[in-house]
Design a protein around this ligand. Sequence first.
Ligand SMILES: NC(=O)c1ccc[n+]([C@@H]2O[C@H](COP(=O)([O-])OP(=O)(O)OC[C@H]3O[C@@H](n4cnc5c(N)ncnc54)[C@H](OP(=O)(O)O)[C@@H]3O)[C@@H](O)[C@H]2O)c1
Length: 371
Amino acid sequence: MKTDRRKFLISGATLTAALVAAPGIGFASSENIEEKKDSDMAPSKLDKTRILGSGENKLEVSSLGLGCMGMSHNRGRLPDRNAMIALIRKAYEQGVTLFDTAEVYRFGQHINEELVGEALNPFRKDIVIATKYGFKIENAKSVGRDSRPEHIRAVAEQSLKRLKTDRIDLFYQHRVDPNVPVEDVAGTLKDLIKEGKVKHYGLCEVDAQTIRRAHKVHPLTAIQSEYHLMWRQPEVDIFPTLEELGIGFVPYSPISRGYLGGLMNDTTKFFEENDNRPTLPRYTPEAMKKNMVIIDVLNAFGHERGLTSAQVALAHMLAQKPWIVPIPGTTKSAHLLENLGAADLNFTKEDLKTLDTALAKIKIFGARGSV
Ligand SMILES: NC(=O)c1ccc[n+]([C@@H]2O[C@H](COP(=O)([O-])OP(=O)(O)OC[C@H]3O[C@@H](n4cnc5c(N)ncnc54)[C@H](OP(=O)(O)O)[C@@H]3O)[C@@H](O)[C@H]2O)c1
């Protein structure tokens, strides 16, 4: 991974850290403003890495990845394709080495894998591509689950072509298939790994028992599940098992599908043809209004330190365990830089206590919904 030594030493969630991390926020500190050059004021690159998994199955990646789903699927109007290629490349230039996609983004059209494959092709050897299989797709719609070994193999071959690559670095089962024992899934992945087509494997949205069963057949590198300040259940349900077995965790929707960025509220209109948020109880106008209390807490904490609510949410997540690698999604260059800035923020114990105390008083309104 490329590294670019930062010009400023940043320790603690200080104002300086925030100013360096957050684009669009100019230098406000009193020291030598006139002497700073434009290049000094540019946001620093992400130069921190984390390890997912352990032993022979470990995978080193940037401490924050990029979720690419929203560039094609479930996050509203489709942005310009060339702009998204440029954004993915910008993420790489900024130090991101983990890129997340899936066969089903978007259903039946596979446009996300093609986009990601094209964007990353020039630096393929320097980066990690994660993709997923596990749905049965008919007429551009998901009509169920399918993790039969032959289907996993077929999707792997198709994904390799779409991604323009000879290997999938991290291949996740997108959802459990109730008709296929996880041992058969793990066995198929073990074979694909032996053949060199897949390098590491993972599962999404699984319980601790399923993790143990799969891990016995072949060691897992990462579990990917929803996890953010409005959904912390994985801390209880699977973190102890992940810690014990040495498996990494990749939280998806780490900014709660955008809500923790503080730009959504009860007047937000979704482009329903390509957005799953209106189908989830936490994104009704009523829920978004009632849950604004969490944005208030993040903003209050962030304002004292020059941080945005999204940065506070991501930095809090990174502080929980060293084996967590969030993959926030965005279609905006400014949000990309803002989110990456969270990797530089090392909250003190006192900071975390302050934040956790305020968060503990909040009751989130609305169910998580089916995933
Ligand atoms: N395994 C699974 O089942 C699963 C499920 C869902 C997602 N995922 C993966 O996880 C990735 C991220 O999940 P996600 O897209 O659902 O949720 P997310 O990362 O929590 O939120 C993405 C949304 O937040 C907005 N956003 C990003 N940065 C922001 C900022 N700093 N301030 C304000 N708004 C901001 C984005 O809008 P802009 O484009 O305007 O920035 C986008 O609409 C996906 O890309 C996908 O790879 C996996």
